[in-house]
Design a protein around this ligand. Structure first.
Ligand SMILES: Cc1ncc(C[n+]2csc(CCOP(=O)(O)OP(=O)(O)O)c2C)c(N)n1
Ligand SMILES: [Mg+2]
Length: 342
């Protein structure tokens, strides 16, 4: 296999600090808050799975939070965002309803998909999250359709599709890139390259580990980024989005990252039947996007350690109270639905 990612695939080569130049304190604090919200919600989900309170398959994005936050902090009302089986981060970074999330993963009728979908069927159209589905690559052509609508209506909205490295092995991915390119559609394809598809390392599946080569083949402007650097991702999208809204054609971002947990569920190093190398996992954990952000904010005197601890505590309390709320309310039984999990 060709290692075309070079440094980006080697966690030892990552810089610990991130570059915050040109981003104001308010934005930086918001990035941190959003990444912490995703992390704390997922920590709670992990505990609830272990307690058998959550029983749906849950693919946690712990370690990948910078991507959803960096990209989606550029969105406007009217933009249409599509996720996949690992979409807690996308939903929460957009401001998706946290109570409805907790209802959903418990299979309760007040959930965002009426408790029928679980973790892999999140939706909150009020904030532009048009939906996530577990069919790998399934939402990419839907996002392209949404971008076509934007172009025809000339309303300057854009579509964004999030997917993994495994999705790039599906036919619809290539058809979608081709169609978006030839029609100059306002869409951002965000490939979250965590180097694994379930238990298979990318080098066992593809001749190169660099996904953005597909965008080059389809003549789509593309960037291959450190996916654990929220400011880099934010800045890249910010610099392109105005032109994108005005019809410059699609953009493809490859964000290289690593998931801290197994493919599905709360265990650390276990994938579907295969253990990842604990040495690699530990190296990647040193590049935790949240730790890197916190270290930079403290080092550059943007926030003090005690202020960050306060933010963290506040978010933990918020997440807990949102979850507790979903326990208090009497559950409405929907009698028309058989096999309904309460
Ligand atoms: C069309 C299809 N094929 C196979 C699966 C089983 N499956 C679920 S998630 C997954 C791995 C996807 O990997 P990737 O796209 O890299 O996303 P990641 O899990 O790494 O975030 C697979 C093969 C599926 N859900 N849909
Ligand atoms: Mg993957």
């Amino acid at each position: 296999m060709h290692n075309e990612l070079n440094e980006l695939s080697n966690p030892k080569k990552y810089s610990k600090s991130i570059n915050i130049k040109g981003i104001n304190k308010n934005n930086l604090t918001n990035f941190l808050r959003k990444m912490l919200l995703i992390r704390k919600v997922e920590n709670k989900v992990a505990r609830l799975i272990k307690q058998k309170i959550i029983n749906c398959p849950s693919h946690l994005c712990t370690g990948q939070e910078a991507i959803s936050v960096g990209v989606l902090s550029n969105c406007k009302k009217g933009d249409m965002i599509y996720g996949n089986h690992r979409s807690h981060g996308h939903y929460l970074a957009l401001g998706g309803n946290v109570k409805k999330f907790f209802y959903e993963v418990q299979g309760k009728v007040d959930g965002c998909s009426n408790g029928m979908g679980g973790s892999m069927h999140l939706v909150d159209r009020k904030v532009g999250f048009e939906g996530s589905v577990p069919i790998v690559a399934g939402t990419i052509p839907i996002a392209v359709g949404a971008a076509l609508k934007s172009k025809m209506k000339k309303d300057k909205s854009i579509a964004i599709a999030f997917f993994g490295d495994g999705a790039c092995e599906e036919g619809t991915f290539h058809e979608s890139l081709n169609f978006a390119s030839i029609n100059s559609l306002p869409i951002i394809f965000v490939a979250e390259n965590n180097l694994f598809s379930s238990h298979l390392d990318i080098h066992l599946r593809q001749p190169s580990n660099k996904l953005s080569r597909y965008a080059t083949a389809h003549k789509i402007e593309n960037y291959c980024l450190d996916g654990n650097d929220v400011t880099k991702i934010f800045r890249t999208v910010r610099s392109k989005i105005k032109k994108l809204r005005s019809g410059s054609g699609p953009l493809f971002l490859e964000c290289v990252t690593y998931r801290h947990l197994g493919h599905v569920g709360p265990e650390t190093d276990i994938d579907v039947g295969v253990n990842r190398k604990i040495k690699d996992l530990n190296l990647w954990k040193r590049n935790d996007p949240i730790k890197r952000m916190i270290n930079t904010l403290v080092k550059k005197n943007i926030l003090k350690s005690n202020e960050i601890s306060k933010v963290e505590e506040e978010i933990i309390k918020y997440v807990e109270s949102e979850y507790i709320f979903t326990l208090k309310k009497k559950i409405k039984k929907n009698k028309s639905l058989k096999n309904y999990i309460y």
